[in-house]
Design a protein around this ligand. Structure first.
Ligand code: BES
Ligand code: MN
Ligand code: ZN
Length: 497
């Protein structure tokens, strides 16, 4: 998909869309078009009851008197409410609709649209960003095209604005965010026979061409470091576990880095505590945290963010086998703390325990944020609208909550405390890996906190948002790429100079 910016022109062939606000549907360019169409647009608006609500689209196919093959009006809602989110939504709706139509090109006109908090250029760039996110498609394993009578594929989208040059620059940055999200979506969508730990590590290694320093630790190196907690999860797998360390040093020399840690369970069968069969295929997405960290590192490097950032991902496959770890086993983590395995399906926390410990001790970061598809219980608590936020730091929590509201990737802070922590005390070891059914997402977070020393830390439980979340105007993909734009915003707003 080619996305471009140009000055306003109504003489383009292909689909032509005009963005409009509620109560001002036929002003400016829309009124000009209506004139050329002999009033057909006005009649269509009336007949369809189109008011310009956010997300709504009116379509006139095969109009007479213009070179466009179809004309669309796309609503942004009330002019006072026009926001980055509404503009993205309109871009997404249009790209979705025209993507299914028999059109090769789409032009979107922004004329007289002003968003209270954005420049004209930023507004245009947001429309393009929405269209780009919607156009993501993961069809590499389909060998046959659908026979729907369609002869042309949508190849180019042109956003028309009087601020084309500045919009091109603003979109330059947003397109890097879209690239990182697409990488994260790809990683989550890939099947688990293709994306095993070694293959994931190889794809992370490819970030080196953007200037990211990438190190990959195999099982021997992790054993030397004493990562018995992470390693135990992979005992039943034919694939070697991997720990990938990504470093983007775009900030000041010697400045402490920010750190992101991801759960990368490339497939989670549950292990000896085997999961039921129904829906188990979804557990190919149990590396959504690692995918987000990798996508984020891509974005930060591609846009040359002025920050020192570390990404660490623990990559394993959780399989039942003669060599697999058992309930009752006791493993020793890199921190020295011992863990009694009660349920081999509570494996994500075992991976993160060593990854968190390693990250804080090696890099001494300003803060550490981990992302993990950690518990089914978080969906019972929050559904798929919010990710669970668990943290030892009010400031970091506030920054994440605000960034989530702005980017439409929302987080809800959950409680933690000594009473929950006690629930994972073990009779035989320092702790056990499950705390029972009650507060399952919280005891999982308490477990992680036992591997975090005195530094600001936040854990995001993304089991409900990383995959199979509701489709939206800008996301129709199974793997959503959730978290990339959230954390990119956090870095851009607070940790870049
Ligand atoms: N990967 C799962 C959590 C999950 C479930 C993610 C559904 C996405 C969708 C995790 O490893 C797991 O199995 N958690 C268990 C924990 C339990 C054994 C304490 C769970 O949530 O049931
Ligand atoms: Mn599990
Ligand atoms: Zn899991």
């Amino acid at each position: 998909m080619n996305i471009a910016f140009a000055d306003i022109s109504l003489a383009k062939p292909g689909a032509l869309a005009v963005l409009v606000t509620e109560g001002a549907t036929l002003r400016g360019v829309a009124a000009d078009l209506d004139g050329k169409l002999g009033g057909a647009l006005k009649r269509a608006v009336k007949a369809a009851g189109f008011t310009g609500k956010s997300g709504s689209v009116l379509e006139v196919v095969g109009p007479q008197g213009v070179s466009a093959t179809r004309i669309l009006l796309a609503g942004l809602g009330k002019s006072a409410d026009v926001s980055a989110a509404n503009l993205e939504k309109a871009g997404g709706e249009l790209a979705g609709r025209i993507g299914k139509a028999n059109e090769a090109s789409l032009s979107i006109v922004l004329d007289g649209i002003s968003a209270p908090k954005l420049t004209a250029a930023e507004a245009a760039a947001r429309v393009a960003f929405g269209a780009r996110l919607r156009s993501y498609n993961f069809d590499k394993y389909k060998t046959k095209k659908k026979d729907d009578g369609k002869k042309t594929e949508l190849k180019s989208i042109t956003v028309m604005t009087r601020a084309a040059a500045a919009a091109r620059k603003d979109y330059g940055t947003l397109s890097k965010v879209a690239d990182g999200m697409a990488l994260a979506r790809d990683l989550v969508n890939e099947p688990p026979n293709v994306l095993f730990p070694g293959e994931f590590a190889k794809r992370a290694r490819a970030l080196s061409k953007l200037g990211v320093k990438v190190e990959v630790l195999g099982e021997a190196a992790m054993k030397k470091l004493g990562m018995g907690s992470l390693l135990g999860v992979g005992y039943g797998s034919q694939h070697e576990s991997q720990l990938v360390v990504m470093r983007w040093m775009g900030g000041k020399q010697g400045e402490k880095p920010v750190a992101f840690v991801g759960k990368g369970v490339c497939f989670d069968t549950g292990g000896i505590s085997l999961k039921p069969g129904a829906g188990m295929e979804d557990m190919k997405g149990d590396m959504g945290g690692a995918a987000c960290v990798t996508g984020l590192m891509h974005t930060l490097a591609a846009r040359k963010a002025k920050v020192n950032a570390i990404g660490v991902i623990g990559l394993v496959e959780n399989m039942p086998d003669g060599k697999a770890q058992r309930p009752g086993d006791i493993v020793k983590s890199m921190s020295g703390q011992t863990i009694e395995i009660i349920n081999t399906d509570a494996e994500g926390r075992l991976v993160l325990a060593d990854a968190l410990w390693y990250t804080q001790n090696r890099f001494k970061p300003k803060f550490m944020i981990d992302l993990a598809t950690l518990t089914g219980a978080i969906m019972i608590a929050l559904g798929k609208e919010y990710a669970g936020l668990f943290s030892n730091d009010d400031k970091l929590s506030k920054q994440l909550t605000e960034a989530g509201e702005v980017e439409g990737e929302k987080v809800w802070r959950m409680p933690m405390g000594a009473v929950y922590d006690k629930m994972i005390d073990s009779r035989f070891a320092d702790m056990k890996n499950v705390g029972g059914r009650d507060g399952g997402s919280i005891t999982a977070a308490q477990f992680l906190q036992r591997f975090v020393n005195k530094l600001p830390w936040a854990h995001l439980d993304i089991a409900g948002t990383a995959m199979a979340s509701p489709q939206t105007a800008t996301n129709q993909s199974w793997g959503s790429g959730w978290g990339v734009r959230l954390l990119n915003r956090l870095v851009a707003d607070h940790y870049e100079k």
